[in-house]
Design a protein around this ligand. Structure first.
Ligand code: SF4
Length: 377
């Protein structure tokens, strides 16, 4: 197939749905006893709702929405630290747009901007680098946020800044990794997961083998998937086939984009610039060992944490979630968004209380955008 429309072909989707239904019946999956498949990535969650796959699929298959939205898993303390940096004299704070409205304990970056902080929306860390070149008398800080998908581009910006000898550019590094939170979920005795749909764009960088432990040690199938509706349906079918066989493998449905061993150039940039933190705090999951990246000491001149003695390099305060917010339970798949007492009441896309309602990849935003008012009722 060559064109996006071919991956949205209703005939193909119907055929896949029929095969899924047959297999689900065969393994005894039912509404009362469903197979729980976690789609780790928020982009997958949005595709599922955008194309109504949750309604079309056999009732014995339940999608559990995972923690794969980097904005959503950012704890409030980290947002507060962004604002602390942004409000410093002479700082230009650059961020991707979806982080602008994420609420901290007092303000969002957008509100800090309204109060006078120089917060600018950029599309790439290279935009922030250009702002630094043009403003040598100002300190330009880029909010490095995201999984392995965005980690290499921030690394390239840091390498470029080092090559050019820029002294007014730094990164507030909040890059995180996917395998460790999956391990944390699998170790959680309250979680009941039968298989995973893996994030295709992350595997484009890291390949499929960082997920080997899911099959080998936990005995669960995982299929790395694309983002079109037939990609997702085919991936569900592949997971069910493994369950029917009693097998657990890492499979690659998104082979048209994902190389088995990832992208060597990106992996080399990541290894050059970052090292693992001993642990990192995730909203809803708490501290997870080795799940975050920090900038290596060889690039410490570009580390905003060091420059401003903030966050993990300084003193960290624990900041509780807003009252009545169930982001943690939704994030770990233990609650569906409409079950949150704030959904559609204290929390809407116009007035978000939690990050899951703000981010373009958040599960609450997906429920709201594709049938939110009905769900709220
Ligand atoms: S509805 Fe709002 S408060 Fe509730 S879980 Fe979603 S984002 Fe958090």
């Amino acid at each position: 197939m060559k064109f996006a429309s071919e991956f949205r072909d209703p005939k193909l989707a119907k055929a896949l749905l029929a095969e899924i239904a047959k297999l689900a019946d065969q393994i005894g999956a039912s509404k009362e006893k469903p197979v729980h498949i976690m789609e780790i990535c928020g982009g997958h969650t949005h595709s599922i709702f955008r194309y109504g796959l949750d309604k079309l699929i056999h009732e014995g298959v339940e999608f559990i929405h995972g923690p794969g939205c980097p904005v959503c898993v950012l704890p409030r303390a980290r947002v507060d630290e962004c604002i602390e940096i942004a409000q410093k004299e002479g700082v230009i704070f650059c961020t991707f747009g979806d982080a602008m409205r994420v609420p901290g304990s007092k303000l969002s970056l957008l509100q800090a901007k309204a109060e006078g902080a120089d917060v600018r929306m950029v599309y790439s860390p290279l935009d922030a680098l250009e702002i630094a070149r043009r403003n040598p008398a100002r300190e330009v800080v880029f909010f490095g946020l995201g999984f392995e998908t965005t980690t290499p581009s921030t690394a390239l910006a840091i390498q470029a800044a080092a090559r050019e000898g820029l002294t007014n550019f730094s990164v507030f590094c909040n890059h995180i990794t996917v395998p460790e939170p999956i391990k944390a979920l699998l170790d959680d005795p309250h979680m009941c997961l039968d298989g995973f749909i893996g994030p295709g764009h992350v595997s484009m960088v890291i390949g499929i083998h960082p997920y080997d432990f899911i099959a080998q040690y936990y005995g669960k199938p995982i299929v790395v998937a694309g983002f079109e509706p037939t990609d997702l349906l085919q991936s569900v079918l592949m997971v069910l086939r493994q369950i029917a066989e009693g097998a657990a493998r890492v499979e690659n449905q998104y082979a048209r984009v994902v190389p088995e061993h990832g992208n060597k150039v990106s992996i080399a940039a990541i290894e050059d610039v970052y090292e693992k933190r001993p642990s990192f705090e995730w909203r809803g999951l708490g501290e997870i060992d080795a799940s975050g990246l920090r900038i290596r000491t060889s690039y410490r001149a570009f580390d905003a944490e060091e420059k401003f003695a903030i966050g993990y390099a300084g003193v960290r305060a624990v900041v509780e979630e807003a009252e009545g917010c169930a982001c943690g339970a939704v994030m770990t798949g233990r609650m569906k968004p409409p079950a949150c007492p704030q959904f559609g009441k204290g929390c809407t896309p116009e007035m978000p209380l939690g990050a899951l309602m703000v981010s373009s990849e958040g599960a609450c935003a997906a429920y709201w955008q594709y049938g939110g008012a009905r769900a709220a009722e």
